[in-house]
Write a protein that binds this ligand. Structure first.
Ligand code: C2E
Ligand code: MG
Ligand code: MG
Length: 710
């Protein structure tokens, strides 16, 4: 027996509305799915619960509107309880899908189970919603179509899950576009399922709607549509706001992190700069003192807690390069910097990780040796340093050799903590005084050096006023003819309490404390006065004056010299200025200008201590120099070293080829004298020939006679 069934008609507007709601709800659902992961647990729970509610309502309202769009020749109302149940089913299915979306990844099993659960939920919602009509006789179902609707639901759920997980990796415009397309597919599938489900229903003719207090009608539809659209919109808006805020929070966290890193970087750099020597990268004095204090504190702690193993000594090693200034002066500061860097590299290689090598001044380095057994550890390091520095340094395209002077002080053997560095410094001075290229271990008498210096400086200040200076004259003798060709004026200082002080001691001190100009002026005037006396006696003498680099930096030196010459009726060519090699090579414009002015005045120039600096003869020629004085150290080694002989020979030949006269200074023996004559040295000077002496002694020795009226 077949029952006649009614064919419902559909209100096009209602169908279209249901499609729009389906797509919109899908879009919101996909958007919500993004919100249910991540950082804040509370937010996730809130989004999942609220999202399930809204999404469920959206899907349910689409289904409800779809049903309301259906027109049957009977008045249809819906049972409120079953309608509520169908809504609850929609919310549950949404909850399931959101919980799935919160997973990190979608495994195959989660996908299948999830899709089945969602499809069951959707179908459940739909068919419970249909049952809410409570028709009598009951709806006749078309099984294949019901099956198809279930399949569509399953298909839609599976697709939705897959699409969502694929889409989650995207961001920006692409994410929104994909979300839109996915929403259209998903929405269409849900609508498809719904209308297939509807089509599966056969409404028996003459059926009556058996709901008491049923709900239905056009107004209800409109209400549901509005309510769900508003709900969906508010949710979407909130979701988008949250997304934006999250992006901003992430970017703020990122920029905060970046700022933090920059701050840390700047901090590290500042700290590096505060405690490092910028040239060599070694620790500076501040860092060394800090480490020294730390080490001293550790030692005193150890002393308070006597343990098994006791290493309660440390060593401070003070290193000062010998002859660094001439390198700087001759080759320029860039070369000087290179030297310092190479020296610091070598020092760093010689120490242990626990030790500290620091640069504390121009060419001064300090090494802190922790945990030493005694002085022997420091001495063995000093030996290694001397050996390491004896290998030539490569500067630009040449090699130069340097040595250093080292002072050693041990705590607690040699000094209390505050005087440790100054004790090592004092020991270094002793090593330097002994000729350099060696080390000295601190001894108590060395510390007096510092106080001596202050005493000397005090005494030196009033020396000119107290007339404590005198000049001695040392003859320069012609190599071939044997007669005196000139004298060198050498300064002497006799102080009532200090006694006789050597120029090698007080000249550097006078330079350091700015007293050299006054002293130098006294020397020039004294020489001019003596020359005028000799002149009156009918003797025509040439006198060499030693000039300090500080004097050469005075722009009016030549002018003052000229005034003095005029005042004492001295011809400028009677004067010769001796300038040490390193000073002559000084590249400063003022020094060069003064040297030129002196030479224009008619004063001759002589390069003193030649061979200790690094000058080129060709360059000296440009300076209009007339004379070279080979340093005493070469003359001393002349009769024992073939090398020294070769150097002197080469210097004399080269100087002659440039038209310069050569003077050998410090000639002490007959052998040296003979050797120099054989090498064709122009002039000789030294104790072998004559010591520095007073003007009277010169006359009495008859030395003036031989050059008297030339
Ligand atoms: P210098 O200009 O190279 O002078 C030569 C030094 O060698 C002098 O020492 C002289 O006494 C010493 N001497 C000469 N012959 C011999 C010798 O055969 N053997 C040895 N061992 N020494 C010899 P002095 O007078 O002590 O002067 C030392 C340095 O002090 C001078 O070296 C010069 O650089 C500086 N000096 C001396 N007088 C003055 C001055 O008036 N002004 C300036 N700025 N420096 C001066
Ligand atoms: Mg001299
Ligand atoms: Mg000299």
């Amino acid at each position: 027996m077949s029952l006649q069934t009614l064919h419902p008609t559909y209100d096009n507007g209602g169908v279209a509305l249901s499609v729009i709601i389906a797509i919109y709800a899908s879009y919101v659902a996909l958007d919500l799915a993004r919100r249910v992961r991540g950082r804040d647990r509370e937010a996730v729970v809130l989004w999942t619960a609220g999202g399930a509610l809204v999404m469920g309502t959206g899907i349910w309202s689409m289904h409800f509107v779809g049903m309301l769009a259906m027109g049957l020749p009977i008045t249809i109302t819906y049972d409120p309880t079953l309608t509520l149940v169908s809504w609850l089913v929609a919310v549950s299915v949404s909850l399931i899908s959101l919980l799935l979306a919160a997973r990190d990844r979608l495994s195959r099993s989660a996908w299948i189970i999830g899709a089945i659960a969602m499809a069951t939920g959707i179908c459940g919602m739909h068919y419970v919603g249909m049952m809410a009509m409570l028709l009598t006789p009951v709806i006749l179902w078309n099984a294949p179509l019901v099956g198809l609707s279930v399949l569509i639901a399953l298909f839609a759920s599976a697709i939705a899950l897959r699409v969502f997980f694929a889409m989650r990796r995207l961001s920006g415009l692409w994410a929104y576009l994909t979300q839109g397309v996915a929403a259209v597919i998903l929405g269409t599938a849900i609508v498809g399922m719904h209308y297939t489900g509807m089509a599966a229903a056969g409404f028996p003719a003459g059926a009556v709607c058996g709901t008491a207090n049923g709900i239905g009608g056009h107004n209800l539809g409109t209400m549901v549509v509005f309510a769900s659209l508003i709900l969906l919109s508010i949710t979407l808006f909130t979701s988008m706001l949250d997304a934006r805020q999250q992006v901003r929070a992430v970017s703020m966290a990122a920029s905060l992190e970046q700022a933090n890193q920059q701050l840390q970087g700047a901090n590290a750099e500042l700290q590096w700069m505060a405690f490092r020597d910028p040239l060599t990268g070694l620790p500076n004095r501040a860092l060394l003192e800090d480490r020294l204090n730390g080490a001293l504190n550790r030692i005193s702690r150890q002393a308070n807690y006597p343990g098994k193993r006791k290493l309660t000594k440390l060593a401070v090693v003070f290193i000062d390069l010998d002859g660094f200034k001439p390198v700087n002066d001759s080759y320029g500061h860039a070369a000087g910097d290179q030297v310092l860097r190479q020296v610091s590299n070598r020092l760093s290689e010689l120490i242990r990780d626990t030790d500290t090598a620091a640069r504390i001044g121009g060419d001064e380095f300090l090494i802190l040796l922790e945990e030493v057994e005694g002085v022997s550890d420091a001495v063995s390091l000093a030996d290694r340093i001397l050996q390491s520095l004896s290998a030539p340094l490569e500067i630009a395209d040449r090699e130069i050799s340097l040595s250093c002077s080292i002072g050693i002080a041990i705590f607690p053997d040699h000094a209390v903590r505050d005087r440790l560095i100054s004790s090592a410094d004092a020991a270094m001075y002793v090593a330097k005084y002994n000729g350099g290229n060696g080390y000295a271990v601190y001894a108590p008498h060395m510390q007096s050096g510092a106080t001596d210096q202050m005493e000397l400086q005090q005494a030196l200040r009033g020396a000119v006023g107290r007339e404590e200076f005198q000049l001695r004259y040392q003859p320069k003798v012609d190599g071939r003819l044997g007669h005196v060709v000139g004298v060198e004026a050498l300064l002497r200082w006799h102080n009532s309490s200090l006694g006789e002080v050597l120029p090698d001691v007080f000249i550097p001190l006078a330079e350091r404390f700015g007293l050299i100009i006054a002293i130098g002026d006294w020397v020039i005037e004294a020489v001019c006065r003596q020359l005028s006396i000799w002149q009156r006696e009918g003797r025509h003498v040439r006198v060499a004056i030693n000039l300090s680099g500080y004097q050469l930096r005075q722009p009016d030196l030549a002018t003052r010299l000229r005034h003095l010459c005029t005042r004492y009726s001295v011809a400028p060519h009677q004067l010769m200025c001796e300038v040490t090699e390193s000073v002559a090579m000084e590249d400063t414009a003022s020094t060069q200008r003064v040297l030129r002015q002196l030479s224009e005045l008619g004063v001759s120039l002589s390069i003193d201590d030649f061979g200790t600096g690094y000058s080129s003869l060709a360059y000296l020629r440009q300076l209009r120099v007339q004379q070279l004085k080979i340093d005493r150290s070469f003359i001393r080694d002349l009769d024992r070293s073939a090398d020294a002989r070769a150097v002197v020979d080469a210097v004399i030949r080269l100087a002659h080829s440039l038209g310069l006269r050569v003077v050998a200074e410090g000639v002490e023996t007959a052998e040296q004298h003979a050797a120099l004559i054989a090498l064709d040295c122009d002039e000789l000077q030294g104790y072998y020939l004559a010591k520095p002496m007073t003007a009277e002694a010169l006359r009495e020795a008859g030395l003036l006679g031989s050059w008297a009226s030339s």
